[in-house]
Design a protein around this ligand. Structure first.
Ligand code: KIV
Ligand code: NA
Length: 269
């Protein structure tokens, strides 16, 4: 069973790979390739649930998907992303919601979009045996305040991120996602903390990288500028569905091999 210690041992030794998944079949494919961490991201809001942003994703939706991914994955560390307002407003409720992902759904850890309000919560969760991943820089649950633009382009905000990274490390966070910030800031945060940093749109000097599955395989209709498409699954799916429709319309499918007959049913009518 993977633990956060295994992940921490990799930092600085070999790059950590993290990818999202939202269902069991995808998780099993991703897990078989040997990815280190599978994040059940609230990016599922945009990626697979058809929302414009991550805010509408519910705790029950997340729980259902975390369970599916945990059942599909054998070796990767499964991290449950906590959706908007499922944490932060009330400590006891936050702990129950995070704990549910491990206790009922089989996640190994949770991730919180972090800020000054998550330092104490990170400490409490860690004390209780719930490994917690922090997330700084662009935090899409705050899209109504920040938009999706690059964060920390000025000195003051950069210093704040550095400080929050240190505070979350001290609170017990086992790793830190850095999203859409300047590469030289991400490099300095990586230097400043001992826990692994995992970047997305944060340059090449983090301890690992994360991207959204649907962007990586070419299933998304559109993807952010910092993503890279490594395949054309959307095209493959469209081709397969096209061929199926053609085969039905032309009468090629189903063939005899797809059917069976029973002699005693020949003279019913
Ligand atoms: O929801 C998500 O997929 C994420 C990653 C992009 C870090 O939070
Ligand atoms: Na997320």
């Amino acid at each position: 069973m993977p633990t956060v210690r295994d992940l921490q041992a990799m930092a600085g030794e070999e790059p950590i790979t993290m990818l999202t998944a939202y269902d069991a079949v995808t998780a099993s494919i991703v897990d078989d390739t040997g990815v280190d961490v599978i994040l059940v991201g609230d990016s599922m809001g945009n990626a697979v649930l058809g929302h414009d942003d991550t805010l509408p994703v519910t705790l029950d939706e997340m729980a259902s998907r975390v369970g599916a991914v945990a059942r599909g994955a054998d070796d990767a560390l499964v991290v449950a992303d906590m959706p908007f307002l499922s944490f932060g407003a009330n400590e006891s409720e936050s702990i129950q919601n995070c704990g549910r992902m491990l206790k009922e759904e089989g996640a190994n850890a949770v991730k919180l979009e972090s800020g000054p309000h998550t330092v104490e919560l990170t400490e409490r969760l860690t004390e209780l045996g719930i490994p917690t991943m922090a997330h700084l820089g662009l935090t899409p649950q705050s899209v109504n305040q920040t938009g999706y633009t690059r964060q920390a382009t000025g000195r003051e905000e950069a210093e704040e991120i550095l400080e929050l990274a240190r505070e979350h490390e001290a609170a017990g966070a086992f790793a830190l996602v850095l999203e859409h910030i300047p590469a030289n800031l991400a490099a300095q945060v990586t230097e400043a903390v001992d826990i692994p940093t995992i970047g997305i749109g944060a340059g090449g000097d983090c301890d690992g990288q994360v991207l959204v599955f649907t962007d990586v395989v070419g299933l998304s209709e559109s993807s952010p500028p910092f993503a890279e498409q490594f395949g054309d699954v959307r095209g493959e799916v469209a081709d397969a569905v096209d061929e199926y429709i053609d085969a039905v319309e032309s009468g090629e499918f189903p063939a005899e091999s797809h059917s069976h007959t029973e002699g005693e049913l020949d003279d019913l009518y």
